[in-house]
Design a binder for this molecule. Sequence first.
Ligand code: ADP
Ligand code: MG
Length: 308
Amino acid sequence: MEDVSKTMQQLMSQRHLNTNYRQLMEKVYSDAAVKQFVADHQAELAEDALERSAAKLYEFVTERDKVAQGGETFAAGYEPQLIVSNHLVDVAYVPTQATQDKQAQQQLRQRVKSIAMPKDIRDAQLDSFDHDEQRMEALMAAYDFIDTYEASPHRRHQALYLAGSFGVGKTYLLAAIANQLASDGFSSTLIHFPSLAVEMKNAIAQNGVGDKLDAIKRAPVLMIDDIGADAMSAWVRDDILGVILEYRMQEELPTFFSSNFSMEQLENEHLRISSRGDDEPLKAQRLMQRIRFLAREITMVGVNRRPQ
Ligand code: ADP
Ligand code: MG
């Protein structure tokens, strides 16, 4: 291909072009991005590529300017890019930076699956978790887990059982861990346990327990929030919680817990007594063995951070 500007001049001076079209194309052929593209791809372009690709070049310049001005474009969220196709110039539409950021953000969100969790867990970040002395141990343990898990996600890693009173930030910390894992490319599932129990009961009617339970028990990282908050039926304890814990222990899958109860209290004041009032110490013991295998207890103390 000859010298670009010469070709362009020649094109412009051709008699059959009317003034209007000429003015339009003058702008297109003198456009810096167009010139740069043509210069960069001279070798691949046909001799008469500029002439035959006039419409495409024009499309490129006008659509690009529309994107820049925030106007409505041919394909929202996409911007034009010049490409070579069959020795001619063509226009491809690629996601704008804003679209790419949005897609990355969505992907990130999809890595944190949650069941019946409050919406604001999306914003929980380890960086903004208070570093007061009492919460330090929990925060350090969280960082520790993330480091070792990410270094070898298929090995067994003991997760955390966060015990502490209402409002100290247990749920916040679990969510912050899940969000950190997500930004590093790892998926987790957070479930508000009391709501899950209700959901499972409703799912019985639709025969949907199996699928739901399956997805939960197989989650790469599972966080069981607020275990012990509501009275549990023997069915939820044995056929839901028991099944989840059994599987996760067998497969050595990281499983977090949060509870207003200590482990000791959970065993003796919660798991032992079914909602019908039966005392079943052996069942409680078995479940606690699994929980202890999966997670180590960390007591979080501090002021209630909930807005009063
Ligand atoms: P818990 O689960 O222990 O009952 P939450 O995690 O729900 O407590 O925390 C209570 C409130 O305080 C929530 O609104 C949460 O967003 C906020 N919160 C908790 N810990 C922190 C923290 N370290 N930094 C900022 N906000 C926090
Ligand atoms: Mg909570």
